[in-house]
Design a protein around this ligand. Sequence first.
Ligand SMILES: NC(=O)c1ccc[n+]([C@@H]2O[C@H](COP(=O)([O-])OP(=O)(O)OC[C@H]3O[C@@H](n4cnc5c(N)ncnc54)[C@H](O)[C@@H]3O)[C@@H](O)[C@H]2O)c1
Ligand SMILES: O=C(O)[C@H](O)[C@H](O)COP(=O)(O)O
Length: 377
Amino acid sequence: MKIIADENMPNAQRLFSGLGDVTLVSGRDLTNDMLADAEVLLVRSVTKVNEALLAGSSIKYVGSATIGTDHIDKSYLAKQGIGFNSAPGCNADAVADYVFSSLAHLYLNKGLNWLDATIGVIGQGNVGKTVAARFVKLGCNVTVYDPLVQSSVTGVTQGTLEEVLGADVVCLHAPLTRTGDYPSFDMINAQSVANLRAGQTIISAGRGGVINEEALMARFDELNGALNLVFDVWHQEPTPNMAFARICDIATPHIAGYSKQGREKGTWQIYEAMCKYFDLNVRSSFSESISRGSIESLSLSKQLSPLEFLSRAMLAIYDPSRDSNRFLRVMTSGQLKPFDWLRKHYVERDEFSTCVISAPSYEQQLMALGFKKAFEK
Ligand SMILES: NC(=O)c1ccc[n+]([C@@H]2O[C@H](COP(=O)([O-])OP(=O)(O)OC[C@H]3O[C@@H](n4cnc5c(N)ncnc54)[C@H](O)[C@@H]3O)[C@@H](O)[C@H]2O)c1
Ligand SMILES: O=C(O)[C@H](O)[C@H](O)COP(=O)(O)O
C-alpha cells in the first residue's frame, strides 16, 4: 500500500512503514498528480483535502493528525466512500499549557492577576473543556459559551457570547465554520470588539478568522493599548497581518498545539485509527510512541507568592515569549516562507504533565494546571 504523509508528522516513517511504502511530502505543496497511485493520505492542517486534490486518485483513506478539520471536505470524502479520521483531543493539553503559560507571562511582565480574574471560554470541545476545567480547579469564576453543547465541566456557568466576551480573560477555542446555525467565521465581529474594555485579555488559539483582527486593532488604539493580546492563529495564514501581530503581547505561528507529546499523540491516534480501518495489526504501543519530558522534576523557592510560584513553574517548562520573539524576528527577516519555516523548525517543548514539581503546599494548584502528581513519577 502506498502512503503519502506530511513530513511534519513525527514518527510517521517509523509507525506507518510497517503498514506500507511511506513517502514524506511538504503538506502545503501537495498536488493531485502526486497522489496518482497512492491509497493513503496522511495530512496536517495545511493541506486542503477536497475534490481538486483527490479527483481521479486511488486514495481510500485520509488521516489528519490534527484536532481541527476545517481543511477537510468531509462530505466529499463520504460521497466517494473514502475513510477519514482526525485526532480529537490529541493536543488539547498542549493548547491549555500555551494558554496558562501566556497568562504566567502576562503576570510576570504586566502584573496581570489572572487567578482573581473572571474567565470566559468560547467553545466547549476537548480544548475548551480542558482550559475551563483547569481554571475551575484553580478556583476561578468561569463562564463558557458553546451554542451546540452543554458544557460537561462541573462548576462553569453557561453564558451568552456577549456575557463571555465581558470576562476579564477571554479564551477562544471554537473551530472555524462558515455554515450551519452558528458559523464561527467573524463571530466576534466589529460590533462585539467595540465593546471590549481596557484591561481585558484575549487569547486566541482556536482558528484565525473567528475574531475580527482589523476591528481589534482599532479598539486597541481607542483604548491606548490597554488590552492584553495573545494570538496563535491568524486570519491570513501563512501571511498574517504583522501590524496586528506587533501589538500582541504574545504572537506565535499557530504552534499552541505543538508540544512534543501533542504532536506525537496526533500521529499515534491516526496510526491506530488507520489500523482499525484496514483491519491491520497494531504493531507499536502508545507508550513507545510518546516521549517523556526532558525536565522530569523541578523544585522552586518556597519564598515566592502563589501567583509567582505557579507562573515560574509553568514558564520553566514552556515560555511562549521564546516563540513570540522568534516569530516577530523571522517573519520580517527575509526568510523564504517564514510562517511555514517557523513551524517546520519548531523547537519542541514538553507538556506540564511530563514534570513533577515537589511543593506540597501547591500540589492542588499544580495538578489543576496539569503537572504530574509526585507519586506518578
Ligand atoms: N492553535 C492550535 O494549535 C490548535 C490546536 C488544537 C485545536 N485548535 C483549534 O481549536 C478548535 C477547538 O478544538 P477542540 O478540540 O475543542 O475541538 P472539538 O471539535 O472537540 O470542539 C469544538 C467545540 O466548539 C463548539 N463550537 C462550534 N461552533 C461554535 C461557535 N460558533 N461558538 C462557540 N463554540 C462553537 C462545538 O460545539 C464544540 O463543542 C479546533 O477546531 C481547532 O481548529 C487549534
Ligand atoms: O487542529 C489542530 O490540531 C492544530 O491546529 C494543529 O496544531 C495544527 O498543526 P498543523 O497541522 O498545522 O501542523
